[in-house]
Design a protein around this ligand. Structure first.
Ligand code: SF4
Length: 430
């Protein structure tokens, strides 16, 4: 190592930094001092790996499982926890919680993978993993609609949802690794796990082939990676054969709830179908674990850009520091924060709803305070299928004929000229 690269022995002479620069450095440090004070108390799965390992051992013992069972996603799916009795064998439940889980599970699908259950903090009733995975009686609140986005009304053929001119969704399954308690598609999650039948999917692909404007296809469900590698390969091959389809996206929460699904075989199959993107769904720093990191690395190494679509959920991530930590940690595991979705008012999910001001405050707390790469777009979905509507704090204070006035991330104002006629500069006179 060159001598000047030896950071331990290097000393920096701060005496020679001009006063104005030193003041600026101090102010910048100060700008994030509130976050630096709390960030280490917001834990990822890496910092609580001992606790997670202890629960994993307990689950494996109960299910008489080996390490290779645990790492096999088929085993994980087959052994999902689906009743209060099963959950109570791993995590203490009160009598009321026990009763509530079974009552809710009789109405809304409940299943959690052994892996995701191992992330629950058994000593914290408000654990963000627990709130996403385990039913509570609040799900019986009748507020909200089953289909507030009117997906049914934008379905030209079975399996397709189309709301925009050049892109659409094809739903290939109603199965997921876990059934999230805030799911917007809970009306489609039936008693039994079903993949759409081949004939219906081929018909949907024919629709895409007939519609020449479609250049972007999102394969989702449920969770697109619940399909076998062979079935998915078949679907991707057929869509790839359509000339006007430029990009394909996969929607999958498996990197978060069932990272065992991401195997090298899957990654090798997927990389035949580039350009291919995957959007996933981390909602809490506690979901970032060594297993999730491994899954994302396999996908990223296969050249698949990964985006994160967080849902803003009361009690889970409606906190500016939690979101900043989440987004920064996601970049470390090669996932780009892409969207923050304002939660839709879907029946059975009212405990997670928050006010729009909370989302705007979070956005305000990101811009300038962390890398632009860590700042997603905050989206409110138009009810009745009116589409994604971006939400931003207001940085434009005034716009007039000659000038526009702004405020920056620290609240300082500035203006720029806004008075341009067509450029008539013709060079210097000879
Ligand atoms: S993975 Fe997605 S579709 Fe499946 S239950 Fe969770 S939010 Fe719903």
């Amino acid at each position: 190592m060159p001598e000047n690269m030896n950071m331990k022995s290097a000393t920096i002479d701060k005496q020679n930094i001009p006063n104005a620069t030193a003041d600026l450095m101090k102010r910048l440090q100060n700008d994030i001092s509130d976050y630096t004070e709390v960030k280490d108390s917001i834990l990822t799965g890496f910092e609580v790996s001992d606790r997670i390992d202890a629960i994993k051992t307990k689950i494996m013992k109960k299910l008489d499982a080996s390490e290779s069972d645990w790492n096999d996603y088929h085993w994980q799916l087959k052994h999902r926890f689906t009743t209060a009795e099963e959950v109570a064998s791993i995590i203490d439940l009160t009598k009321q919680e026990y009763k509530d889980i079974d009552e809710v599970a009789s109405q809304y699908r409940f299943a959690v993978s052994p892996y995701y259950l191992s992330l629950v903090d058994p000593d914290n009733p408000n654990c963000p993993i627990r709130l996403q995975a385990i039913p509570t009686i609040s799900e019986m609140d009748p507020a909200g609609k089953l289909d507030p986005m009117d997906e049914a009304g934008s379905t030209p053929v079975p399996g397709i949802t189309r709301r925009y001119p050049d892109r659409l969704i094809i739903k290939v399954t109603n199965q997921c690794g876990m059934y999230c308690r805030f799911c917007q598609r809970r009306r489609l999650i039936g008693e039994q796990d079903n993949h759409a039948d081949r004939e219906m999917i081929y018909n949907a692909i024919k629709y895409i082939a007939d519609e020449k404007e479609i250049r972007d296809v999102l394969i989702t469900g449920g969770d697109s990676l619940m399909l076998s590698d062979d079935f998915l390969d078949d679907i991707l091959t057929r869509i790839r054969a359509i000339d006007h389809v430029e990009i394909i996206r996969l929607g999958s929460r498996t990197p978060v709830t069932l990272p065992q699904r991401i195997t090298s075989e899957l990654a090798n199959m997927l990389k035949k179908h580039h350009p291919l993107y995957l959007n996933t769904h981390f909602n809490s720093p506690s979901e970032i674990t060594p297993e999730a990191e491994r899954a994302c690395a396999l996908l990223a190494d296969a050249g698949i850009p990964i985006g994160n679509q967080m849902v803003l959920l009361g009690g889970i991530n409606n906190d500016k520091y939690v979101v900043r930590k989440l987004n920064q940690q996601l970049l470390k595991i090669r996932v780009k924060p892409y969207y923050i979705f304002h939660a839709k008012q879907v029946r059975g999910t009212s405990r997670f709803w928050v006010r729009i001001e909370e989302g705007l405050e979070i956005m305000e707390s990101l811009r300038g305070y962390t890398s632009g790469m860590a700042i997603p777009t905050y989206i409110v979905n138009g009810t009745g299928g009116l589409g994604k509507t971006p939400m931003l704090p207001n940085y434009l204070l005034y716009i007039g004929k000659n000038r526009a006035v702004f405020r920056n991330w620290e609240g300082e104002t500035f203006e720029i000229e806004n008075d341009f006629a067509p450029n008539e500069f013709k060079g210097k006179e000879p």
